[in-house]
Design a protein around this ligand. Structure first.
Ligand code: 6PG
Length: 246
């Protein structure tokens, strides 16, 4: 397949097949990172799409395959809500995966959505630097894509590359009328491996424009995802891929 990122697009029959593929990506990246560096640093995506993959990773037949003592979990973005809120990405990951595996609590680095946004963003950038060094390079970053082409909490209308020197930002998202916390493309594109999972016919028109249309990352922030020295893989179900050019 040609075009930006198309060559790394894999289309699956159903959302469950996408979840299996994302769980396999996670396990393979963990195995490689532990073999090469002794630990696995991963940033989880929020929203609904990744939940099924997290549940597979937390299920009995898979969870023992990963040495969770050597896994460090971070988040790509978070809503500005307390961790017990139904809207919290951390809560979703805790329920689907983190509560089911033997990951040391100190290895789970949530974004403090309950704090003042700018302060929480600064604090998370400090956490990234303290635990991963000045230029945090994730072994794997999982992302999703909204119908509007946003990813993490980089939303249309704002140049995702603005404040390019920041690791974490706390944008006020006009479309939502609320602040969000998000890592920036500086962090995302420094990753060794990026997996973007997209499902549903609702996103098919946007996915086609993002992958085969002109580059316009202000309109489609997910287009800002371009690993500097890493691999980008898209995982789509057939419904999301139905408008892609043959
Ligand atoms: C969030 C996510 C966000 C998500 C997309 C897709 O906080 O909501 O990080 O970027 O990946 O909005 O969400 P769905 O998977 O729910 O469609």
């Amino acid at each position: 397949m040609t075009g930006r990122g198309r060559s790394d697009l894999r289309v699956y029959p159903s959302p469950l097949d996408v979840a299996e593929a994302v769980a396999d990506l996670f396990a393979g990246a963990a195995r490689d990172a532990m073999r090469e560096r002794g630990r696995f640093c991963v940033a989880l995506a929020g929203g609904r799409t990744p939940r099924a993959a997290y549940e597979l990773l937390g299920a009995e037949e898979r969870r023992e395959a990963i040495d969770w003592r050597r896994v460090s979990v971070y988040f790509g973005d978070e809503r500005c809500v307390p961790p017990e809120s139904a809207d919290s990405n951390y809560k979703m990951a805790l329920e689907a995966l983190l509560s089911k595996v033997s990951i040391p609590p100190r290895n789970v680095h949530r974004m403090h959505g309950e704090e003042q946004p700018a302060r929480a963003a600064r604090a998370y950038a400090k956490t990234l630097i303290e635990t991963m060094g000045e230029s945090p390079r994730f072994d794997l970053i999982l992302l999703g894509m909204g119908e509007d082409g946003h990813t993490a909490s980089l939303f249309p209308g704002t140049d995702p590359h603005a404040d390019e020197d920041q690791l974490v930002r706390a944008p006020f998202v006009e479309q939502l009328g609320e602040h969000r916390l998000t890592v920036t493309p500086l962090v995302i594109n420094n990753a060794r491996h990026i997996g973007i999972a997209v499902e549903s016919e609702r996103k098919s028109a946007t996915l086609a424009l993002v992958l085969s249309g002109p580059l316009n990352p202000i309109k489609y922030p997910v287009q800002a995802v371009a690993p500097v020295d890493g691999k980008l893989e898209w995982f789509a179900d057939r419904a999301a891929a139905e408008k892609l050019p043959p």
